[in-house]
Design a protein around this ligand. Sequence first.
Ligand SMILES: *Cc1c(COP(=O)(O)O)cnc(C)c1O
Length: 382
Amino acid sequence: MREPEEELKALEAQGLRRHLRRLASPQDATIELTDSGACLNFSSNDYLGLANSDALKSAFQRHIETYGAGSGASRLICGTMAPHLELEEKMASLKRSEAALTFSSGFATATGILPALCGKDDYLILDKLCHASLIDGARLSGVTMRIYPHNDLSKLRDHLLWATSKATDQSRIVIVTESVFSMDGDRAPLAEIVTLKEEFDALLLLDEAHAFGTIGPQGRGLAAELQLESRVDLQMGTFSKAVGLSGGYVCASRALIDLLINRARSFIYSTAPPPALAATISDALDLITGDEGTRRREALWKNIHLFSPDAESAIFPQVMGENDAALHASQVLLEEGFLVPAIRYPTVPRGTARLRFTLSASHRQEDVTALKNALARLLTDC
Ligand SMILES: *Cc1c(COP(=O)(O)O)cnc(C)c1O
């Protein structure tokens, strides 16, 4: 039998072994690492600086007093409380959809939706750079799947033609894309994808994980920015990034949401998130869609444009190529006081190991300039 030590050695030899890094402080723009001390944090997805905000900390404490600490059961048994339903109503209204459902994470949302929606007689067409949770959801479903090169509309059309030629009148054809891609930071050509999905009578599942809170009117995402919400069948995302907490959501028609309540296994067979968390997420949504959210988004986009004038999101890849090059660059930056992770296979394709910077509203402008200078030094040195 294969020994785990041998597998770990093989990972180590390829520069692919991963280790946990311990934080000795809360999540913030400046953090304390147990091993390397204080540093500027350019690696979190806390885009609006809410994870450690006074507003959410005190809301969470208050809601625990009202609703208790745990939920005790899955949503369909006796775990559904007022805050869960109020949060879902709020999400549906924010996304201009009929209904919404929440999950314990974005990962659980993706792996719940796709097997509930598709089976072997259905056709799923997915962007090559889609997140692992979407790929795993697709695999779990047993659906017939085709992958198109990143943002390649003509290949997407070819796959739609193929799916249409195979489909029966009962088959679903589902297109899956993200609005902002998590490891590249670019956006999907959403308007064109919506036009195609209508031409072929397909469904569209859009993952707004990195767009929700950061893009569009009131931070409502890319579909909102392009006024396409009513034409996207399933809008999903997470409360773990710009919202600063944790959990996932999907917004869709009442019938699709009811189907998910009956079929999505990660919803049915998992304990409901703590009601105090659901209530705190609702407060965070009020904050994000209100004046405070607007101020934080302005600060975020000021930082983004300072770092790179024509950036499309708060995510910046610096492709280094080999794993060792990315690991070395990450280590050099850490020694200068910047936490920037090296992202490697299988998160990104082999040979495209990279540094991935993420900016937040809570970074000061001088922090962003310092990072920019450190990166320029690093790239001239190597
Ligand atoms: C982060 C992410 C998820 C998972 O969300 P969690 O709430 O962290 O589980 C899903 N999809 C995409 C595109 C993501 O970037």
